[in-house]
Design a protein around this ligand. Structure first.
Ligand SMILES: NC(=O)c1ccc[n+]([C@@H]2O[C@H](COP(=O)([O-])OP(=O)(O)OC[C@H]3O[C@@H](n4cnc5c(N)ncnc54)[C@H](OP(=O)(O)O)[C@@H]3O)[C@@H](O)[C@H]2O)c1
Length: 266
């Protein structure tokens, strides 16, 4: 059985490894190494084999997920370098560390993929961009990466050049959604609902609306209009959002994030 190992089992690495164990525990063995031993205890309880150091993890795993902070990547790759070879597959989730930099760090020893998750991955509902542009990646490896992250949520193969746009829309996306939720909770409190109750209502509202949008074929405008009875209360609220330009504001927010992302790449 092939082993998937993860170096850095913090928030994102821990969530990804834990999710993979739940989804693919019958198909793969799993290993983990992280700096603070206490953080890996919940994963060990799920059957993840705890490795004493990054080198041992890389030696004993066919697929190695790098999930340390971007500034820690170079030191970790240096440590695992002697264990790398062309039969291993490296997957980095470090934001902003390019494929070229990763390949340079590992001196081209192993094929490499990049993955960009968003924070709902922490609760098993992530969206993952995957860069599979490394020429050293075989079709089998590409399929395997897609199958691994496909088991965790929606995953989308993208060019590395598209990663910034993905980050501006989907990586940053939870912040936009939470901001909209915050405003609606505030409205609920203003109308007399206790805060906790307003929050529960708004969370259920988003979850149900997201499911409806996901399952129906209709254009989003049709779904919106279906809620708006003639001369009713919804159209009064929607008219105000139109006047305030909510859709335009969202477009601007994503474009500004994209611009900032491009600046940061330079
Ligand atoms: N969180 C997000 O929303 C998100 C989204 C997209 C991408 N990412 C990427 O995911 C990566 C991890 O982020 P995170 O939020 O999960 O950070 P995190 O919670 O700090 O996790 C990083 C983990 O790596 C461990 N670590 C550091 N150096 C190590 C080493 N030399 N050997 C083994 N373990 C080591 C840390 O140990 P300690 O516990 O001792 O600090 C920590 O547990 C980052 O590269 C980030 O860019 C995160």
């Amino acid at each position: 059985m092939r082993t998937v190992g993860c170096i850095g089992c913090g928030n994102m690495g821990g969530a990804i490894l834990g999710g993979l164990v739940d989804a693919l525990g019958d198909s793969y063995a799993f290993a983990g190494h992280t700096r603070t031993p206490g953080r890996i205890a919940p994963l060990a309880a799920k059957g993840v084999r705890v490795k004493p150091d990054a080198h041992a993890l890389a030696r004993d795993s066919e697929i190695i997920i790098l999930a340390v902070k971007p500034y820690q990547i170079a030191a970790v790759v240096e440590e695992i370098l002697p264990a790398l070879n062309s039969d291993k597959l490296l997957i980095s989730i470090a934001a902003g560390v390019s494929l070229k930099r990763l390949k340079d760090l590992c001196r081209g020893a192993s094929p490499m993929a990049r993955c960009m998750p968003n924070t709902p991955a922490l609760v098993g509902e992530g969206v993952f961009a995957l860069c599979l542009e490394d020429e050293a990646l075989s079709q089998t490896s590409k399929d395997e990466v897609l199958a691994l992250f496909g088991a965790l949520g929606l995953c989308l193969p993208l060019t590395e050049a598209q990663f910034t746009a993905f980050s501006a829309l989907v990586g940053a996306g939870p912040a936009y959604v939470f901001e909209m939720m915050r405003g609606l909770v505030q409205a609920g409190v203003t109308l007399g609902f206790p805060h906790q109750q307003a929050r529960e209502l708004v969370v259920a509202l988003f979850a149900g609306s997201a499911r409806l949008a996901g399952e129906r074929e209709e254009h989003l405008m049709q779904l919106r209009d279906a809620v708006c009875s003639p001369a009713g209360l919804t159209i009064a609220g929607v008219n105000h959002l139109d006047r305030a330009g909510l859709a335009g504001l969202l477009v601007e927010a994503v474009l500004k994030a994209n611009t900032r992302g491009r600046e940061m790449e330079e």
